[in-house]
Design a protein around this ligand. Structure first.
Ligand code: MCF
Ligand code: FE
Length: 406
């Protein structure tokens, strides 16, 4: 059992409580928060962890949307338009994934740990990220991806998916959670989508999908525009949209699903609020989507929205701190001090809820995934904002109460 005496604590509860000069007692789970003297007496066997005097502790970040297989990308993929990007992905995909060997992926994960992230949702396209994700000390929700539009190839696609899915299932543990990603409404036919959702329901697995990310996708699903058609002709002779946005959404009724992007969603009332969550990837959207996700509108409609970085395929950083800084700059319809608190919840308690994990809040009983950052003396009202603006690297990070070295 351990005690950490902190100058500041971000509890990350709904009210965004900030504690001053309090102590956190934890083992694998959080035991209690309170006065140091009281906790030291109550838990005499607990070891005091040494941290710098001006430290802030908070729940470790959760990044529910990464593509580690694309970690070798910088300068290669083309940005500015989704179809231009997609063409560059098709051209460079095998080269990039060959370069993203276990060592590179583990180094990328280490840099995420250093920036305060303990849990990721990894979208795995080829399973070349499996070994690294199993070996890493990070907690990984491993979303095995399925995609395919041409029905003639369904059997091959199913077999390939099942092979990857069952090998991931062998490694299932508290820290490695197999799950399923249905790539998107434009890249899947109904038979493959239903097949994957059936498996998700049978094994009670989390589901992730990319949804209404680009203007091209919006037009294609509404039977308008030829951009996607030209690209999809590469896979089948006479491509037609397989879903409308609504008919795609309906497939996920009652299934705990993370909908990534949602930039072009017009009406958030079509989502099932109890089981649907939105992953907002601001930097990726800036590079590929030509529009900004309407955060205020989604929140007003009662959606639970959290942050994700997406992969290095559409970002220059997998740090949630960098992602929060980008969010602070683009969502000008919020006061910066208010947005800072919201963003911290969108990197901790909100993604924990979406992934159904007992994480993301410093409260007795939650799993002890904790990060420690050095900060400066600061007006309490300014602290969340100042922290996001200045923090880069943790002093310490604990996963299930165990300190990680990097
Ligand atoms: O989230 C971004 C942009 N939207 C869609 N897909 C991807 C992203 N980053 C990587 N991808 C992957 C995706 O998983 O690129 C491929 C899929 O395997 C594109 S579809 C041929
Ligand atoms: Fe993605």
């Amino acid at each position: 059992m351990f005690l950490i005496k902190a100058r500041y604590i971000f509890v990350c509860d709904e009210d965004f409580t900030i504690l001053e000069n309090k102590t956190l007692c934890f083992d694998e789970n959080i035991v209690e928060l309170g006065e140091f003297e009281k906790l030291a007496l109550k838990y005499p066997q607990a070891k005091l962890i040494q941290i710098p005097p001006n430290s802030l502790i908070l729940p470790a970040f959760i990044n529910p949307h990464t593509h580690l297989e694309f970690s070798a990308n910088s300068y290669t993929l083309h940005y500015g338009d989704f179809l231009v990007w997609l063409k560059s992905v098709i051209n460079a995909r095998s080269n990039l994934s060959q370069k993203a060997k276990e060592k590179l992926i583990l180094n990328t994960m280490r840099s995420m740990l250093k920036s305060g992230t303990a849990t990721i949702g990894e979208i795995s396209s080829f399973a070349s990220d499996l070994v690294a994700c199993v070996k890493s000390p990070m907690r990984v929700v491993f979303f095995n991806e399925i995609l395919g539009v041409n029905e003639n190839a369904n059997e091959v696609k199913k077999q390939d998916f099942l092979k990857r899915f069952y090998s991931s299932l062998k490694y299932k543990s508290e820290n490695f959670i197999p799950a399923i990603s249905l790539h998107s409404p434009y890249s899947l036919n109904k038979d493959l989508a239903l097949f994957a959702l059936e498996i998700a329901k049978k094994h009670d697995l989390l589901v992730s999908t990319h949804f209404l990310e680009s203007d091209h996708e919006f037009k294609w699903l509404h039977h308008k525009g030829k951009g996607f058609e030209k690209w999809l002709r590469f896979f089948e002779p006479n491509p037609k949209p397989k879903f409308s946005p609504q008919s795609f959404l309906e497939l996920f009724k009652g299934v705990r699903t993370l909908f990534t992007h949602c930039v072009y969603v017009k009406d958030f009332n079509h989502f099932d609020k109890n089981s649907h969550f939105i992953t907002h990837c601001a930097v990726s959207n800036r590079l590929l989507s030509k529009a900004r996700f309407p955060l205020k509108k989604a929140l007003k409609a009662g959606m639970s929205v959290h942050l994700g970085t997406d992969g290095l395929s559409s970002n220059n950083s997998l740090s949630m701190l960098d992602e929060m800084r980008a969010n602070l700059l683009i969502h000008q319809d919020f006061k910066p001090q208010d947005l800072a608190k919201e963003l911290l919840l969108m990197a901790t308690s909100k993604p924990a809820k979406a992934l159904n994990l007992e994480l993301g809040e410093l409260k007795a009983g939650k799993i002890a995934d904790i990060s420690v950052f050095k900060v400066e003396e600061c007006d309490l009202k300014q602290l969340p904002l100042q922290f996001i603006l200045n923090a880069k690297k943790v002093e310490k990070i604990f996963i299930k109460g165990k300190e990680c070295s990097f």
